[in-house]
Design a protein. Structure first.
Length: 372
């Protein structure tokens, strides 16, 4: 069974790592790794391949940045000949980035079966580019692997046949659990002069937050208050750095003495930083899940989440983007007992191997049906 696996942007890399490992250890599966090149900087891409032991991509499409239409179209143009040349049985895509839908579309139009890992998540907000990518990818996928029960429910409501949907757990958590001990050995806290429990980490890169000057300004007001109390480590995304400069917020950011703005950080150092933080502020999807496992309180600076289980049983607070709401959540963390938060079912480090076993089974059934 030949499977082309797609990785394009940073959050894809921690998802594809355990899948490649599981596929390599199943003799029935021949994986081929394609990097679309959506993310290409050393610190947004190569570092993750090295740290997570992801094999060198067999093919790099090197598409780079562009508007959504240009980026998606370029990936499609570059990926189609790869599919034609290698004629895989399946194309496997993860997550919700432009590379996910672009490669998915190419596959199905060539009659190649599509597998979506992290299927069914819905924020309900169609202004998010990722929500469009999720809806479209799921609607054309043949096999859909879900991380949480809400994903299974969403797909059922959308009319996806139950036999195509499998609740397998979370491949991103496979990576976290595998690397937790290694991350413990990171010296990042000492290097940055931080003490465990004595700082927060923050990530901010959603276009809805950082492309809008008013919203970014409100968030910065909240950050300003919090950093007076607690140092904040802020590995800044290239999109956010550009906008801080474009909106002339640089002096404001520089004036926050306890806000440590740093370049994007590698996986192991960032895992160590998050695991030892008093709290995490974020608008990322993956970090809501990682803090759930780490049992570190998370303030999600968004109006909605496609990962509701992190709020229902985890340590995540979904607060929106107003200054007061962010500060209110910050105040609550001091009094709340987040140790009580639970861990979603099947987030146990074995999701990728479940996916591999299901694929072997499905393939065996297909073969027995198609044999004369
Ligand atoms: C993409 C994903 C988003 C994910 C995020 C993680 C889509 C629609 N969005 O958003 O879901 O959460 O990745 O980072 O696919 N840039 C660099 N170096 C790089 C890559 C990008 O400098 O290696 C800069 C470029 O100026 C680029 C901008 O960042 O224009 C945005 O990159 P892009 O891949 O378009 O989207 P992200 O905002 O990273």
């Amino acid at each position: 069974m030949k499977i082309i696996c797609i990785a394009g942007a940073r959050p894809n890399f921690m998802k594809i790592a355990p899948i490649m490992e599981a596929f390599h250890s199943h003799s029935g599966i021949e994986p081929l790794l394609v990097h679309t090149g959506q993310h290409y900087d050393e610190k947004m891409s190569n570092l993750f391949f090295r740290e997570l032991g992801i094999p060198e991509p067999d093919i790099n499409l090197e598409v780079g940045s562009g508007s959504h239409a240009v980026q998606t179209a370029e990936i499609m143009r570059a990926f189609e000949p790869v599919c034609i040349e290698h004629a895989p049985n399946y194309v496997l895509v993860v997550g919700d980035v432009n590379s996910t839908i672009a490669c998915g579309l190419v596959a199905v139009k060539l009659g190649i079966k599509l597998i979506h890992v992290e299927a069914g998540l819905r924020s309900g907000d169609r202004r998010m580019p990722e929500e469009i990518n999720r809806l479209l990818t799921d609607s054309i996928s043949d096999l859909l692997f879900c991380t949480e029960r809400s994903g299974v429910e969403n797909l059922r409501r959308e009319g996806v046949a139950a036999e195509r949907v499998h609740l397998v757990g979370n491949v991103m958590i496979d990576t976290l659990l595998k690397n937790r001990e290694k991350a413990e050995r990171s010296t990042i806290l000492a290097d940055m002069g931080l003490e465990a429990g004595g700082y927060a980490t923050m990530t901010l890169h959603r276009p809805s937050n950082v492309d809008n000057p008013k919203r970014l300004s409100n968030i910065l007001d909240a950050i300003d208050h919090i950093q007076r109390d607690l140092p904040i480590v802020f590995p800044i995304h290239p999109r956010t750095r550009k906008n801080v400069s474009a909106f002339s917020f640089e002096d404001r950011v520089k004036s926050m003495k306890n806000l440590h703005v740093v370049e994007p950080i590698g996986y192991l150092d960032f895992l160590k930083l998050n695991a030892s933080a008093k709290l995490v502020l974020t608008d990322s999807g993956g970090l809501q899940e990682e803090t759930t496992i780490l049992k570190v309180p998370c303030i999600t600076i968004r109006e909605n989440t496609e990962r509701p289980v992190t709020c229902d049983i985890g340590s995540n607070q979904l607060v929106g983007t107003s200054t007061d709401a962010i500060l209110g959540a910050y105040e609550r963390i001091a009094s709340n007992q987040f140790d009580q938060a639970g861990i979603p079912g099947l987030w146990d480090g074995k999701a990728a191997s479940r996916i591999a076993s299901i694929l072997i089974d499905v393939d065996a059934q297909t073969m027995s049906v198609t044999k004369p």
